[in-house]
Each structure stands twice: as C-alpha cells, then as structure tokens.
Design a protein around this ligand. Structure first.
Ligand SMILES: NC(=O)c1ccc[n+]([C@@H]2O[C@H](COP(=O)([O-])OP(=O)(O)OC[C@H]3O[C@@H](n4cnc5c(N)ncnc54)[C@H](OP(=O)(O)O)[C@@H]3O)[C@@H](O)[C@H]2O)c1
Length: 289
C-alpha cells in the first residue's frame, strides 16, 4: 500500500481509513482533530483512490452428517451462499441426485475414530454438526454426546474458528424416556461452551419438518409440521406450563434451521451460546446480511 492518497501536503494519519466489504481500503475524510499546519487545507478530500488488497479468505465449511436430513439442507444453503462446502459421514457421498450435491466434497469417516477424518479438517474455518440419533440409552449417549465431543475437541485442536451443534429442545416428560439422547446432547453442549466460548453456537430445535428422504421415498413431514408451527409459534405461554408445556414447542422448517445454522457458522458477530426454537424462528425470518 505504497500510496493511498495523492496529496502533496497532507499526512496519512489525518484521514479516517475504512475497509469496504469488498476488501478495499477507502479514505473517508480529513480528521480535523489531527490539527492543521496549513491554513489553506480544506475539509474536502480532493482525490480518494482505492487500493487493492487480497480478498478475504474463502469460508470453508465442514458439515458433519451432511448426507442426512438436516445436513443436506445445510450443505445446499451454504453452497447458495458461496461457501466451500464439505461433508463428513460414515457412508460418505449422499444418495441425493440433485445437481448441488456435485459441488460438495464428500468425505468418508467416523467421528469415533479421529484419524479417519483428520484430513477433512484441513483449512476448515467452521463446522456444523448434525450427527445424532436414536437407539438404546447407551447408543444415544454415544452418538449424540461422545461422537460430538470428539469432533469439538478435534476441531478446536485444529484451530477451526466456529462450531455449531444441532442439539434438541427439552421435551419435559419425554426427556426421561430418551434419557441417553438428552444426556448426550447436554454433554456435547457443555464441551462446546467450554472449548468455544466465543465461536460456539447451539441450536435447540423441537421437531424439524420438511421433505425427508427415507430409502427411495420422499416423506412430506411438512403436512403436519407446517400448520403446527403456525399455531404454536404464537403460543409461547403454553410452552411454560409445567411438565406438559414442552410438548407445545413449535416445529420448525428444515430450511429455517439450515439458514440459521449457516449464518451462525459464518457470521463472526452471531452471538455464541444457546438458540432455542423461538430464536431459530426469529433469526430465520431476519434478512441475512
Ligand atoms: N429431525 C428432527 O426432527 C430433529 C429434531 C431436533 C434435533 N435434531 C437433531 O438434528 C441432528 C440431525 O438430525 P437428522 O434428522 O438430520 O438426522 P439424520 O438424518 O439421521 O442424520 C444424521 C447424520 O449423522 C451421520 N452420522 C451418524 N453417525 C456418525 C458417525 N459416527 N460419524 C460420522 N457421521 C455420522 C449420518 O451419516 P452416516 O450414517 O452415513 O454416518 C447422518 O448423515 C441430530 O443431531 C438430531 O438429534 C433433529
């Protein structure tokens, strides 16, 4: 940056310099507080050149479980936003036959064996984990908890800046029936908040609806989810009724979850911490910047 402003009598320090969104420096004006030793100097910038600086580094997002229901919508949303997108799962490439899937880098690996996916972490700036599932209590604890704890530790050791975890809303009584699931979710959340106090975001959706691929079938979960969302998102008070209240948690559309997850993973001013269902609905309705 050898020459910012071509002006023979003014010092650089007298100008306010800002960086524009396209990564170029611009002079905005003359700073009077810097004093003046030249009575002929005016407040007007006579000539403001822009100087090329290297563009910001491309965001490289790794979606853990990017071939699943929520993960595939996240990959699609991230590609639409111009990110470099990778997915990691045990089966690797998604069976989805849509054209966007060709633009994802599909990695095969298992979160229980960090060595199997270390390479997928190279150059990654943010991660969204959609890894989770059901089974016996111990299986649920392992997949929702241990697998994600491994991922959070590996990511933080590799210097990944931001990590978003798709967790789940409390469902009151249901928590007792699915104890391993919820204990695992909360253990992974604790690890994330410890390792990523500034760049960790936890999304806690209730039921997520959208078109889900089950084998060769497309399951339109929105038929139930969409009307329920409309009714329940305005009935937050019901959610606070003891014991049964959490059953009134509004469902959310999978595209809304994807939009908020990608923003949380890439926007450095997105607040860290827990985002509940109502937060997901609110953020998803905001115009993204
Ligand atoms: N769907 C909902 O209504 C809902 C509601 C609230 C919260 N959530 C949470 O949202 C997340 C995503 O849910 P989903 O419905 O999209 O689940 P999903 O379709 O079953 O996706 C789970 C993904 O995790 C991958 N995976 C599982 N074990 C793995 C391992 N050991 N290593 C690497 N990848 C592994 C799976 O791929 P492979 O089998 O190929 O490994 C799959 O891509 C979960 O954490 C879930 O608990 C979902």
């Amino acid at each position: 940056m050898s020459r910012l402003i071509h002006h023979s009598k003014l010092n650089l320090s007298r100008f306010s310099i800002i960086t524009s969104r396209n990564g170029r420096f611009m002079s905005t004006g003359y700073d009077k507080s810097a004093g003046s030793d030249n009575s002929n100097t005016t407040d007007r910038v006579e000539e403001a050149e822009t100087v090329n600086v290297p563009p910001p580094l491309t965001e490289k997002l790794l979606v853990l479980g990017g071939n699943g229901f929520v993960g595939s919508h996240i990959c699609k949303e991230a590609l639409n936003r111009g990110l470099d997108v990778g997915s990691l799962s045990r089966s690797g490439r998604s069976s989805i036959q849509e054209s966007w899937a060709n633009n994802v880098t599909w990695h095969q690996g298992d979160l229980f064996s960090t060595d199997s996916w270390k390479d997928a972490l190279k150059g990654v700036t943010s991660i969204i984990s959609c890894v989770g599932g059901f089974g016996s209590n111990s299986q649920m604890y392992k997949i929702n908890g241990t697998a994600n704890i491994n991922a959070i530790r590996a990511a933080s050791e590799e210097g990944v800046k931001r990590f978003v975890y798709i967790s789940a809303a409390d469902f009151g009584l249901v928590n007792y029936l699915l104890q391993g699931y919820y204990d695992g979710k909360r253990a992974a959340e604790t690890e994330l908040l410890t390792r990523y106090p500034y760049g960790g975001v936890i999304l806690r959706p209730g039921f997520i609806y959208g078109t889900r691929k089950v084998g060769s079938m497309q399951l339109p979960l929105g038929v139930i989810g969409s009307p329920l969302e409309m009714v329940l998102q305005n009935a937050k008070k019901l959610n606070q009724v003891p014991l049964v209240g959490p059953l009134f948690t509004p469902p959310v559309n999978v595209t809304a979850v994807a939009r908020v997850a990608v923003r949380a993973a890439t926007d450095p001013v997105f607040p860290p911490g827990i985002v509940d269902v109502y937060g997901i609905l609110r953020y998803s309705q905001q115009r993204s910047v």
